[in-house]
Design a binder for this molecule. Structure first.
Ligand code: ISJ
Length: 286
């Protein structure tokens, strides 16, 4: 027997290799949907580039990169990485008081959070620091600059250390999602999931299947969040309670409230000239 003629290739799907997307991965494993996709795990910056370059068909994309390429993409409904208040894993860590910050190292894996940090420092605090981009290693960043912006597991670790260190902890820490919430009154969306428009036009059924798998897998993982956290803690430096708190602090939804947050962020970013104005978000038909 030969392979069936006309068999379609699996869709090439991106996955953020941070703990923030572990619930999503759990869901894909447990539903069996992982067998139907070709999954590429990587950091957000590299996944952004791969989706825009057409090396991936569907994947997460930093909000800022989505805003830059919105015309070529369709957004998967009701799926995002965000938070309505503190997020625990997007932080500005500083060795000096905020008003004395003159240099800021920006972690190279982020696109949204580093722009958010610049907005807050410049527009909320009236600072004009100089920036450098560096690999996301907090000690080396703080050797080069007064403050550092990191995301993902490195940032979650920094939050965890600061909480355990209490008042004796040597570094100042600002949760940038909490700061955005105070400043704008709205939730923060760091990344959305999107498909390339040309792919969605050719394979609408596949986009729907992948979206269904993500959404139902995520619901499953969040229903069993204590179990997911206990399993993950076997291989991670965080304890189950910290992980369960993290997974439930993150907001994976993309409803009206989260979209209001996106519009406010997009307007501010466009006013600064960092992204083109957002006309409308085009959603995939699922
Ligand atoms: C909340 C997070 O959201 C992330 C932040 C991103 C960015 O700043 O560009 C991109 C993807 C998300 O992983 C995190 O990484 O901790």
């Amino acid at each position: 027997m030969t392979a069936s003629a006309g068999a379609e290739a699996r869709p090439r799907v991106g996955h953020i290799q941070f703990l923030n997307c572990l619930p999503l991965y759990w869901g894909l494993v447990h539903s069996g949907a992982l067998l139907d996709i070709e999954l590429t795990k990587d950091t957000p910056d590299r996944l952004n580039e791969a989706l825009v370059a057409g090396e991936l068909d569907i994947g997460p994309i930093s909000l800022v990169e989505y805003l830059r390429h919105a015309d070529d993409l369709v957004v998967l409904p009701d799926l995002a990485v965000g938070a309505d208040g503190p997020v625990l894993s997007v932080v500005l860590s500083s060795a000096v008081p905020l008003d004395d910050v003159r240099t800021v190292a920006l972690g190279s894996t982020s696109r949204t959070s580093v722009l958010l940090a610049r907005m807050l420092l410049e527009e909320r605090h009236g600072l004009r620091p100089t920036y450098l981009t560096m690999p996301p290693d907090l000690p080396s960043m703080l050797r080069e600059a007064d403050a550092a912006v990191v995301i993902g597991d490195v940032a979650l670790r920094a939050t965890y250390d600061a909480e355990r260190g209490g008042t004796g902890h040597p570094l100042g820490l600002i949760d940038l999602s909490a700061a955005w919430r105070e400043w704008s009154g709205l939730p923060m969306v760091f990344a959305v999931w999107a498909a390339r428009k040309s792919f969605a036009q050719r394979h609408p059924g596949t986009v729907k299947e992948v979206h269904d798998a993500f959404r139902s897998g995520l619901d499953l993982a969040l229903r069993d969040v204590d179990q997911v956290a206990t399993r993950a803690a076997r291989f991670e430096v965080f304890d189950p309670a910290t992980l369960a708190r993290y997974f439930t602090t993150l907001d994976f939804r993309l409803g009206e409230w989260q979209q209001a947050g996106i519009r406010a962020f997009a307007e501010k970013a466009a006013r600064r000239g960092d992204v083109p104005p957002l006309r409308a978000m085009t959603f995939a038909e699922v």
